[in-house]
Design a protein around this ligand. Structure first.
Ligand SMILES: C[S@@+](CC[C@H](N)C(=O)[O-])C[C@H]1O[C@@H](n2cnc3c(N)ncnc32)[C@H](O)[C@@H]1O
Length: 207
């Protein structure tokens, strides 16, 4: 899969995945305990999480391999004066500034990577964090209907390559102190036909 796949969906709607974020994400931003935290959003898409962070005072670097998503987010940041730098890059090769970021966000990213790339991307997130900095990660689990039925579940489910069996996301974050972790199944009405996701939601702190 490449960024062009997501371009075709982002062309249809400037907020393709909606604008809602979880309360846990807001709690994560608050828990960083920094007035103007530096945030790295990997797989930022059109900036759903980057925009919320920037509106709450963060300086955000948003990385995605979708050319259109990156352009849309850069344009929005320019027009609204939000401190977001949108970079088009493949996260498996992206070199973030080491020990620079107070928070790293990865929402629905790891499940779009080959399993063989997951540890490397998590390690890069770890390296990019300041000591005490935190990661907010959401990935899809094998409880996700897409795990068994793939493209039939939603129009973008075909882009997913990695579903984590219960408990198997955690070992990739063994360098982190786990602040919170839970797995659940939820409805998704934000895009395409109503569908469900199996979600693993993890917050970890760099020791
Ligand atoms: C389901 S979308 C989620 C977007 C955003 N995080 C959100 O929650 O609204 C997944 C995003 O990951 C991006 N992505 C997937 N693999 C990537 C890679 N190897 N490098 C950069 N971006 C990637 C896609 O382009 C897409 O924008």
């Amino acid at each position: 899969m490449t960024g062009a796949f997501f371009d075709s969906f982002y062309a249809t709607d400037p907020t393709y995945y909606g604008t809602d974020v979880r309360p846990e994400y807001l709690a994560f931003l608050d828990s960083l305990g920094v007035a103007e935290p530096a945030i790295l959003d990997l797989g930022a898409g059109q900036g759903r999480h980057a925009i919320v962070a920037a509106r709450r005072g963060a300086r955000v670097t948003a990385v995605d391999y979708s050319e259109l998503g990156t352009k849309q987010l850069a344009g929005l940041a320019r027009a609204s004066g939000l401190p977001i730098t949108a970079e088009q890059a493949d996260v498996t090769r992206y070199e973030g500034a080491p020990e620079h970021f107070d928070g790293v966000v990865m929402v629905s990213l790891l499940s779009h990577l080959d399993l063989s790339a997951v540890q490397n991307v998590v390690d890069r997130a770890f390296d990019a964090l300041t000591p005490g900095g935190q990661v907010f990660c959401e990935a899809f689990t094998t409880e996700d209907p897409g795990f068994r039925h793939a493209a039939n579940v939603s129009e973008t489910a075909g882009a997913l390559s990695t579903y984590f069996a219960p408990g198997t996301l955690l070992p990739y974050f063994s360098a982190f102190e786990i602040v919170s972790y839970r797995e659940f199944v939820e409805d998704d009405f934000a895009h395409g036909p109503a569908h469900q996701h199996g979600v693993a939601l993890l917050v970890g702190r760099k020791r």
